[in-house]
Design a protein around this ligand. Structure first.
Ligand code: GLY
Length: 357
């Protein structure tokens, strides 16, 4: 098993990566004694796939456990689901010594983490991410929360899990398009932090797309190492952590302007290519490096152009209301080469127009 430690002092926690780890979650939780009772929270789809297996792992380790489900989909990442889940926990008599187990993709992790953060002013939780995107990004770092009609993730908190259990085997049941969504975030890590990893992705592209588990595990481990290092340096996104938003500022605008018909990873892929044109326009990045990044994104069958029918004015308006914008001014994460970035809010309007084109 590979273990990556997220070094956050008294809130430090391990990320464990291993094929077949789902079966080991129960014994490991029993050893760590994170809670006296465990409540698995999952959506109806993932519960159908892995609920019985995880319950069995916990029960056979002698742990007292239950499962609660909610309807799948980003549309249910809202305050009503939070109200329902917290009321269910209260009815079950869950208290501060009990522990929640988030089993699923990013939506489940965000919802469960937020419930854990606010129920009885905070109870422990662990993450069992089942999508590549959640395994390499959202399950690590403690961002939790839900959407409101006024915007995505506008209500939430930073609240760290006690452990993250990553079983690469579960990716076999992931729809291919969801694998691609995760791969956009994977490429992001190479561009913002690690040229060698970027090259590794190019060299192992086919094995990754074919889900060769040992290669995919290497990918997950490297992403988690990078994410852990960034979060350790800046847990609450006051500075360095903002580099993880490479491709996201323009990507979020694309997602929102498409009324979320374009998935997050696809939008991030478009956002990375688009923001590179700003970096080239500001003479921070060479055209050759920008092309190399676009080529890798395309090689992973991800989109490199923003659909022409998306309203550019609308996309620009979403930039101003992005929750990371300050006084209506968005910031942009701009690569200076493959493996390093800089952050600025000093971007001329014409360059933003060019990026959206
Ligand atoms: N997904 C970006 C972050 O966790 O900061």
């Amino acid at each position: 098993m590979k273990i990556i430690e997220v070094g956050l002092g008294d809130r430090a926690y391990p990320i464990m990566v291993q094929a077949g780890l789902l079966e080991e979650v129960g014994p490991d939780l029993a050893r760590r004694a994170v809670g006296k009772r465990y409540i698995i929270i999952s959506d109806d789809r993932v519960a159908g796939l892995y609920g019985a297996k995880l319950l069995e792992s916990l029960k056979s380790a002698g742990l007292d456990c239950e499962i609660l489900t909610f309807d799948h989909g980003e549309v249910n990442k809202n305050l009503s689901t939070i109200a329902e889940l917290t009321r269910s926990l209260a009815r079950l008599g869950v208290d501060r010594k009990d522990c929640l187990v988030a089993m699923g993709g990013g939506v489940t992790g965000d919802i469960t983490g937020f419930v854990a953060a606010i129920y009885m002013r905070g109870i422990p939780f662990v993450q069992v991410p089942t999508t590549l995107l959640a395994q390499v990004d959202s399950s690590v770092g403690g961002k939790t929360g839900v959407d409101i009609p006024e915007g995505k993730n506008l209500v939430g908190s930073f609240y760290q899990p006690r452990a993250v259990y990553i079983d690469s085997n579960v990716l076999a049941s992931l729809p291919f398009v969801e694998l691609l969504n995760g791969l956009a975030e994977v490429i992001k890590y190479g561009v913002i932090y690690d040229r060698q990893f970027f090259d590794f992705l190019g060299n192992r592209r086919q094995q990754i797309l074919d889900l060769h588990l040992s290669v995919v595990e290497e990918v997950i481990v490297r992403c988690c190492q990078i994410k852990a290092a960034v979060v350790e340096a800046d847990e609450k996104e006051g500075g360095l952590r903002r580099i993880l938003n490479y491709g996201h500022t323009l990507g979020h605008a694309v997602e929102a302007a498409s009324d979320f018909s374009i998935a997050h990873g696809m939008a991030v892929a478009m956002g990375m290519v688009a923001v590179n044109t700003i970096a080239v326009g500001k003479s921070l990045l060479s055209s050759e490096d920008a092309q190399t990044i676009s080529d890798l994104i395309a090689d992973f069958r991800l989109p490199v152009t923003i659909p022409g029918d998306l309203d550019k004015k609308l996309m620009k308006s979403f930039l101003k209301t992005d929750k990371k914008a300050v006084a209506g001014k968005p910031f942009f994460v701009l690569p200076t080469c493959i493996g390093a970035v800089t952050i600025t809010d000093d971007v001329a309007d014409e360059l933003v127009d060019k990026a959206f084109s």
